[in-house]
Design a protein around this ligand. Sequence first.
Ligand code: CIR
Length: 258
Amino acid sequence: MPSKKALVRRPSPRLAEGLVTHIERGKVDVGRAVKQWEAYVEALRKHDWEIIQVDPADDCPDSVFVEDTVVMYKNVALITRPGAKSRRTETIGVEEAVAAVGCSVNWVWEPGTLDGGDVLKVGDTIYVGRSGRTNAAGVQQLRAAFEPLGARVVAAPVSKVLHLKSAVTALPDGTALAHIPSIDRPSLFPRFLSVTEEAGSSVVLLGGNKLLMSASAPKTKDVLTDLGYEVITVDISEFEKVEGCVTCLSVRMRGLYA
Ligand code: CIR
């Protein structure tokens, strides 16, 4: 069985100060968030993911959203340059963690900005959101890093939500799982299944037909279960209050690393 590793990072005690851009700020219960995070990590572990904990970055309120700091393709880890200045130092511990796993490491440089939440991989197609966080130079640098390795990079305007993956992720067969009202250009995705709940557009592929998704999208869970998927839900309400979704709490690596 190919090895499955997931990077995660324990929530900062300052999580409640996390950035909020497109939603009303809710009151975050940090103690509850830590319990939810532990259950999320346990769900990955239970489905054969080896957990790699990045050193916590307690001074960075958004550091639990580790997905935004690195993009993996083949054996290369592209360390991002997050669009929000308050998040820039989050990459330091992540760099160490991916190097320790044996990845080749590359970086996004100024003036580029890129958040991993804007990067959706479907096989060798890499969709990248040109969002409030990811700029044109960031898109260009992603292309320069991964196209020589065999990726096809497709840029997608994102104006209605924080990140591309706030509105669309992909099922194991490559079908885009999409909340259409949140997507600027749905026509960029050749085959999509539209869902009515915004949180329903975000799934983590656990392996085989198993999907991990937020408990706040019960109708989507029913739709996906009815299509033959085994859906595991986790309560991530405290992270949703600061615009997090189920993908952003981990970085999944499949097989190709050290
Ligand atoms: C932020 O605004 O950066 C955080 N409060 C939320 C980041 C969520 N990341 C993600 O969905 N990939």
